[in-house]
Design a protein around this ligand. Structure first.
Ligand code: FAQ
Length: 316
């Protein structure tokens, strides 16, 4: 048996025994690459995800709503930073990850390529998008790679606040004037299907799921998580008095789950490939932020170098 095969077997045995893998441990190259891909795409999603909501900070309808939204968007920047740091432990630099985002090589979640047309969209994002993110991320708190799992614990606590602030916005609108209720329904109509797409392709069309489940990177499949989201969210919509835009949606007594309609997979892949309603705008905003921030990075580096020289001067 070659030493490599032996190492792979030992690695799988550690995973099967529920042990966490740490950055300096031996790992198969594909395990490392899968994590770099997934964690960096997750980080990019948090950072690009600030854009649709940032659009409404100056237009929030009250000071209370503005403060809540501002805090949420700041949290997302923080999530991006924890995640970039977790990916860096695997031997990729932050500059390389940014480069992959800015050149379109790295993906980020499809959901952030949809526009936020009304204030109700901010409620729908908190309720549905953060709701979907939590379901996916609670599973990731038990993922096999230590730094990713630990980052997820804190992120999930914050996502849970985000989901509640979104649901509370929806509640206010749904119990408000007929026009406000209509706004809430319109936001649900536009965000429902893209939220279901966040969980990724159907299991049979997901090239990464089988291996990721074996390595306990994913503890549940895309379809299992999507079903969990539908089951949790339908009663929440009923409480709001809003209707899910899916005429085929119904409770299946036998399965103990809701049956729901087919996702428009053509739309999903179009958005993933860069042809969604806001892909170009989102990427342009990130590239501009990178270029306009060059002087800040240069100044921080110059300051750090100066500080270091001062320290050496004092020491001699
Ligand atoms: N969008 O084989 P699979 C948030 C790609 S955070 C774009 O199933 P995998 C917080 C996938 O990358 C939201 N691309 O892949 C927030 C792969 O392409 P590749 C982000 C997608 O990795 C809230 C290909 O399709 N969360 O929302 C999507 O096993 C509010 C085949 O797919 C995470 O990133 C998609 N929806 O499973 C922020 C969680 N789905 O890379 C602001 C961590 C799939 O091979 C405001 N990620 N693709 O070229 C995961 O759990 C997984 O990566 C999945 C996809 C489940 C997303």
């Amino acid at each position: 048996m070659s030493p490599e095969i032996n190492l792979e077997e030992q690695f799988q045995a550690r995973i099967d025994a529920g042990q966490k893998i740490e950055p300096k441990d031996w790992m198969p190259e594909k395990y490392r690459k899968t994590h770099i891909r997934q964690i960096s795409q997750h980080a990019h999603s948090e950072v690009v995800g600030m854009l649709p909501e940032g659009n409404w900070i100056t237009r929030a309808p009250s000071l209370r709503r503005k403060v809540g939204l501002l805090a949420k968007v700041q949290d997302e920047a923080g999530h991006g930073l924890y995640l970039y740091s977790a990916a860096e432990t695997l031997g990729i630099s932050r500059d390389e990850m940014y480069e992959q985002l800015h050149t379109g090589k790295a993906k980020y979640s499809s959901i952030f390529n949809y526009p936020t047309l009304s204030w109700a969209d901010i409620g729908a994002i908190g309720w549905l998008v953060d709701g979907a993110a939590i379901i996916n991320q609670v599973m990731l708190t038990r993922t096999s790679f230590g730094p990713y799992a630990r980052a997820m614990v804190r992120i999930c606590k914050e996502e849970s606040f985000h989901q509640r602030q979104g649901y509370e916005i929806m509640l206010g609108l749904a119990k408000g004037t007929p026009e406000q209720k209509e706004m809430a329904q319109d936001a649900l109509n536009r965000f429902w299907w893209p939220s279901l797409m966040m969980f990724g392709p159907r299991d049979e069309d997901s090239p990464n799921t089988a291996q990721s489940v074996k390595w306990k990177i994913k503890r549940k499949t895309n379809d299992e998580l999507r079903q969990q989201f539908v089951d949790i969210t339908v009663p929440q919509a009923e409480f709001l008095g809003l209707s899910i835009p899916d005429p085929t949606l119904q409770w299946n007594e036998e399965r103990g789950h809701y049956d729901f309609g087919e996702i428009d997979w053509n739309e999903f892949w179009q958005v993933v490939k860069g042809n969604g309603p806001c892909n170009k705008e989102r990427l342009a905003a990130r590239v501009d932020a990178w270029e306009e921030g060059a002087w800040v990075r240069d100044a921080a580096m110059a300051y750090a170098e100066w500080k270091e020289k001062e320290k050496i001067k004092k020491a001699v």
